[in-house]
Design a protein around this ligand. Structure first.
Ligand code: NAI
Ligand code: 15L
Length: 266
C-alpha cells in the first residue's frame, strides 16, 4: 500500500488497542509517531516514540507538529473519579483538537465508546443520529470528545471519525460481549477505513463485529466502506453455558452493562 499520510500519530500506544494497531499503522504512513504517558515498546522502522501527557498543553502542541492524521486511543479507558477523567479525556481532547487546528492536521480517528449511549435499553436499536445516553462520567467524556470533533469539523473543517467501540479484547468475557465484541482484525480494518475513506466529514460509527442480535445500525457510516468480517458465534456456546444473569438488574437491562452502576466516587 502506498502511504497516504506523511506523519501519523498514534496516542495510547502503550495500551491494549494501541499495541494492537501499531504494526499495521507503520504501513499506512511515511512516519509513525507513537505516544503515551506510560512506557512504550522501542521504536521500530519508520516509528518514533514521543512520551507525552495529554493534559499538558505545551507537550501536546509539540507532539502534533507535522502530523497530518491522528488515531487517538490515549486516555482513561474505564470509569474513574472525575479528576482523572477530566485531565486525560476532557483537557486532553481539547489539547489534541486545538493542536490539530494550529498544525493543520487533516483527520482524527477518535476512540469514543459504547458508553456514550450505554443507558440505552437492550430492547432499543439505534443509529448514529439517535441522541446520546452516557452511562457514566467516562461515557460523558466520550460524548464531550464527539462534540469537540463535531465542532472542529463545522468550524475548521478538520475531519473526524468517532469510533463507538463496543468491547475490543482478545475474546468476549460475558454474554453481553457476544453483542458488543469487536475483534482486533475488524478494529484494525475499521481504523484503516476511517483514515483512508476519501471523505469522512464528521462520522460516528459503532465498533462491533458482525455479531448476531446487534443493537447498532451503521448505515449512516456506510461511506467508510467498513465491513466487519468476524462474529461471536464461535464463543456463544461457552458464554451461554455460564450461570444465568438476573434480567431485572440495571446492568442487564442497559447496553452499557455494569457501567450504569458505577460511582459516585466521593
Ligand atoms: P488502555 O487503557 O489499555 O489504553 C489507553 C492508554 O492511554 C494507556 O496506555 C494509558 O497510559 C494512556 N493514557 C491515559 N492517560 C493518559 C494521559 N493523560 N496522557 C497520555 N496517555 C494517557 O485502553 P484501550 O483498551 O487500549 O482503549 C483505547 C481507547 O479506546 C480508549 O480511549 C478507550 O476509552 C477506547 N475504548 C476501548 C474499548 C475496548 O474494549 N478496549 C471499548 C471502548 C472504547
Ligand atoms: C470501554 O469503553 C472500555 O474501554 C473497555 O475496557 C470495555 O469495558 C468496553 O468499554 C465495554 O463496554 O465492554
Amino acid at each position: 500500500m502506498i502511504p497516504r499520510y506523511q506523519r501519523l500519530l498514534l496516542t495510547g500506544g502503550a495500551g491494549l488497542l494501541g499495541r494492537t494497531l501499531r504494526p499495521a499503522m507503520r504501513t499506512w504512513a511515511t512516519h509513525l509517531r507513537v505516544s503515551d504517558i506510560a512506557p512504550l515498546d522501542p521504536a521500530q522502522g519508520n516509528e518514533e516514540c514521543v512520551p507525552c501527557d495529554l493534559a499538558d498543553e505545551g507537550a501536546v502542541r509539540k507532539l502534533m507538529r507535522g502530523v497530518d492524521g491522528v488515531v487517538h486511543m490515549g486516555g482513561i479507558s474505564v470509569d474513574r473519579p472525575w479528576p482523572e477523567i477530566r485531565e486525560a479525556n476532557i483537557v486532553g481532547v481539547y489539547n489534541l483538537y486545538e493542536s490539530a487546528r494550529i498544525h493543520g492536521t487533516k483527520r482524527v480517528v477518535f476512540a469514543s465508546s459504547n458508553h456514550a449511549i450505554g443507558f440505552r435499553k437492550r430492547t432499543e436499536r439505534i443509529d448514529a443520529d439517535d441522541p446520546v445516553r452516557p452511562d457514566s462520567l467516562y461515557g460523558v467524556s466520550k460524548v464531550f470528545g464527539e462534540a469537540m470533533s463535531r465542532f472542529y469539523f463545522d468550524r475548521y473543517g478538520i475531519e473526524s471519525v468517532c469510533l463507538r467501540i463496543g468491547s475490543s479484547l482478545p475474546e468476549p468475557k460475558d454474554r453481553r460481549m457476544l453483542i458488543t465484541y469487536l475483534s482486533y482484525a475488524d478494529l484494525t480494518e475499521l481504523v484503516r477505513c476511517s483514515l483512508f475513506a476519501p471523505k469522512a466529514d464528521h462520522t460516528i460509527v459503532f465498533g462491533a463485529s458482525a455479531n448476531r442480535d446487534s443493537w447498532w445500525d451503521n448505515s449512516k457510516a456506510a461511506h467508510l466502506g467498513w465491513k466487519p468480517k468476524d462474529d461471536t458465534e464461535q464463543f456463544r456456546a461457552k458464554k451461554e453455558a455460564e450461570p444465568p444473569v438476573d434480567p431485572a438488574k440495571p446492568e442487564n437491562i442497559h447496553q452499557g452493562g455494569v457501567y450504569v452502576t458505577f460511582g459516585p466516587y466521593e
